[in-house]
Ligand binder design. Structure first.
Ligand code: DLL
Length: 426
């Protein structure tokens, strides 16, 4: 079950020696970029010494837009990607041909790991273009040899038509969209378990809970694997769950992994939550040193049963700036999802609204009711409403006002889900 057995099952000592060599190569290469020209550290003797290298932040990428991080000659760079920044300059990332080949190989490695093979039909519902989920998986799945359908996002009925007509077996999809797509199957009177050949879902690119994953697996009768990545590191293919579904392996031949306390910048022990910091180890066009991803997670201690030594991180809880402070209580949207998705009768979408009322924060959670129990009216569902409220109170320590709404009535998104509407007076 290995795409690249020598690398995936490398002994820890050999992997660390390789990382030390690649870190030094990267330090040397990075110095060619205007931003890293005056790096205070030129060489490290141990992996621990690498903590002397200053962090790189997203704001640095914005401030040195457009070419401040490009270290190769423009003639070497063959592609630019950009993330979906909403304010200020977008973050741009450059690739040489070698970078693209490595990225392709990484994605193929991930897909192979979870059982995707040449015989599979792979439908990619992620956006193509500047975002990385489209082309990243396109090249990876082609390299693996699957038949690819580069359909892109949207038009759910057409998605389903392709799935049925061409016998799609593997789908790459945003987890929030996977739930919405199921509603369209329902509207069409179809059951994906009986009416398609779907067997694997690749879900990622946005935070989602274990409960949401289980729901996707049950609704579609598939295995759903968590896929992690960010444009700055290449895009998808940075980390992926293995068949054990117990943490995301980060490919340590490609990235040096640290988890730090976001306040102090100190490394936290394995098992403890902090901010993920990544360093590229093999990037040519745009190496990044100690890049603060903003993503909160922890390193899972111990070896995985799958035989891969590459470190595992826990499911991403969200970005540090996703944290909501409601009347002084801190909480993450994912905690709300985790709690409500396990409750029978809860449908496929929800929305978090925060308002100011009487100078206090007020939390509203709008929850779609499951089609299975919806009989044209919301009256008579107070039992469900109360169960959701009680469960949430226990988890988030804030009493929300839960509002049940009709199936399919909440806003939907073209890309990543935007589940929080903060309407507080600032
Ligand atoms: O979302 C790359 C990607 C595409 C990953 C397709 C997986 C699948 P960006 O648009 O740059 O890149 O957004 C990166 O999305 O820092 C996380 O905050 C979040 N994110 C990505 N994957 C996951 C995941 C792509 N599996 C940002 N779980 C990252 C939670 C995720 N959050």
């Amino acid at each position: 079950m290995f795409w690249d057995k020598p690398v995936e099952t490398m002994e820890e000592e050999a992997l660390q020696a390789m990382q030390l060599r690649l870190l030094n190569e990267t330090l040397h290469k990075a110095a060619g970029a205007p931003f890293y020209r005056n790096l205070p550290v030129k060489e490290v003797k141990t992996l621990q010494d690498f903590t002397a290298v200053p962090f790189t932040k997203k704001q640095d990428l914005r401030d040195h837009f457009p070419y401040g991080f490009l270290r190769t000659d423009l003639s070497e760079a063959v592609r630019l990607h950009s993330s979906s920044g909403t304010t200020g300059n977008p973050t741009v990332v450059f690739h040489t041909m070698d970078d693209l080949e490595k990225w392709t190989d990484q994605v193929a490695r991930c897909l192979y790991m979870v059982g995707v093979r040449r015989q599979d039909v792979f439908q990619n519902t992620m956006g193509y273009g500047l975002l990385t989920g489209g082309l990243g998986f396109q090249y990876g799945a082609e390299k693996l040899g699957a038949l690819t359908i580069p359909i892109g996002p949207g038009n759910s009925r057409r998605q389903i038509w392709f799935m049925q007509t061409f016998g799609t077996t593997v789908v790459h999809i945003l987890p929030s969209y996977a739930l919405r797509l199921y509603s369209v199957f329902e509207e069409m009177g179809l059951d994906p378990k009986k009416d398609t050949k779907l067997r694997i879902f690749i879900i990622g690119s946005e935070p989602h809970s274990e409960e949401l994953r289980r729901q996707i697996e049950e609704l579609y009768g598939v295995k759903a694997y968590n896929s992690y990545g960010l444009s700055e590191m290449c895009g998808p293919g940075v980390g992926f769950e293995c068949p054990c579904q117990n943490g995301i392996h980060i490919w340590e031949d490609r990235y040096f992994v640290e988890v730090i306390d976001p306040e102090t910048g100190e490394t936290v022990p394995d098992g403890e939550e902090g901010e993920l910091v990544l360093t590229t180890l093999q990037k040519e066009a745009m190496p990044l040193l100690r890049y603060r991803t903003g993503d909160l997670t922890s390193i899972i201690p111990g070896r995985c049963r799958c035989g891969r030594v590459h470190k595992r991180i826990a499911r991403i809880k969200g970005r540090a700036d996703d944290m909501l402070i409601i009347n002084g209580v801190n909480l993450f949207p994912i905690q709300i999802e985790k709690t409500i998705m396990g409750i029978p009768g809860v449908g496929k979408n929800y929305l978090i609204e925060i308002k100011t009322e009487n100078f206090m924060d007020k939390l509203y959670i709008k929850v779609e009711v499951d089609r299975e129990i919806f009989e044209g009216t919301l009256s008579g569902l107070t039992g469900l409403q109360n169960r959701i409220t009680e469960a949430l109170k226990g988890e988030i320590l804030v009493t929300p006002t839960v509002q049940l709404v009709e199936p399919g009535s909440l806003p939907v998104w073209e890309g990543k889900a935007k589940r929080v509407q903060d309407m507080r007076n600032k």
